[in-house]
Write a protein that binds this ligand. Structure first.
Ligand code: PEP
Length: 259
């Protein structure tokens, strides 16, 4: 991490987990232990239906609430979808875009990811945009090519002044929900490469201002080592964000890496 130039962000991705009552119980338990995280911003991304009550429930514990997806259009005939404008209007600040589960199950492509990132930024949301290679791509030695392509695609046509509002999450697909974490070196290398692509596109000053997270089976055991990598500015955390003690331990690890 490099807190001089950019924010450290610990973000939970609850996926399709936690009912409203479970969300309330989580907020109460977190409020009792979180204090005021000194060195990192904390975000919890959760299902749409719980966003409004959760914003109230998490208000006193310095946690921002985020969504897990949004559409690239402002409104229209897209049954079942939610627009960035709708999220902004209820007070949401962050939205995950292009998670590999959405790419895999809901036809999300680099093209739609780019459209969504641009639209979310226009509306004033901070997108957490996910990129990362599959196991096959890694085994074929194509990791860096995939990262280059996906990062270039997600930033295509994005004006310079918007770039620092994008958070990029490096999420190797083989490490998501599998318990198989990237080594600290692999995580650091992926995030470094993402920053190198942003540098090529926008120059060094802008590249160093972008928060780049690692995601993929981050847990209480490996968080410190992963977060201590110079280009890893936080985590996008699935499974380990569902229980307060685990999530809290990761927040503490993020705070310790600066001390
Ligand atoms: C994720 O959902 O983005 C993720 C990284 O999940 P997990 O931490 O469970 O691997």
């Amino acid at each position: 991490m490099n807190r001089r130039y950019r924010k450290t962000i610990i973000a939970g991705n609850w996926k399709m987990n936690h009912t409203l009552s479970e969300t309330k119980a989580f907020a109460e338990a977190l409020r009792a232990v979180i204090g005021r995280p000194k060195w990192c911003d904390v975000v919890l991304c959760m299902p749409y239906v719980n966003l409004v009550p959760a914003m109230r429930q998490f208000k006193d514990c310095s946690v921002s609430v985020g969504a897990e997806n949004c559409h690239y259009a402002s409104n229209g005939a897209y049954t079942g979808e939610v627009s960035a404008e709708m999220l902004k209007d209820i007070g949401v600040k962050y939205v995950i875009i292009g998670h590999s589960e959405r790419r895999q199950h809901y036809n999300e492509t680099d093209f739609t990811v780019n459209k969504k990132v641009k639209h979310a930024l226009e509306v004033g949301l901070s997108p957490i945009a996910c990129v990362g290679e599959s196991l096959e791509q890694r085994e074929m030695g194509l990791t860096m090519e995939v990262i280059h392509y996906q990062v270039k695609a997600l930033f295509a046509g994005l004006p310079e002044e918007k770039v620092r509002h994008v958070i990029v999450a490096y999420e190797p697909i083989w490490a998501i929900g599998t318990g198989r974490t990237a080594t600290a070196e692999q995580a650091g290398e992926g995030c470094r490469e993402i920053r190198a692509v942003i540098r090529q596109l926008y120059g060094a000053r802008i590249a160093r201002s972008v928060t780049i997270q690692y995601g993929g089976s981050m847990n209480t055991e490996n968080a410190y080592e992963l977060l201590a990598q110079p280009d890893v500015d936080g985590g996008l955390i699935g499974g380990a964000s569902l229980q307060v003690p685990d999530f809290m331990a990761i927040i503490k690890a993020a705070n310790q890496t600066t001390e």
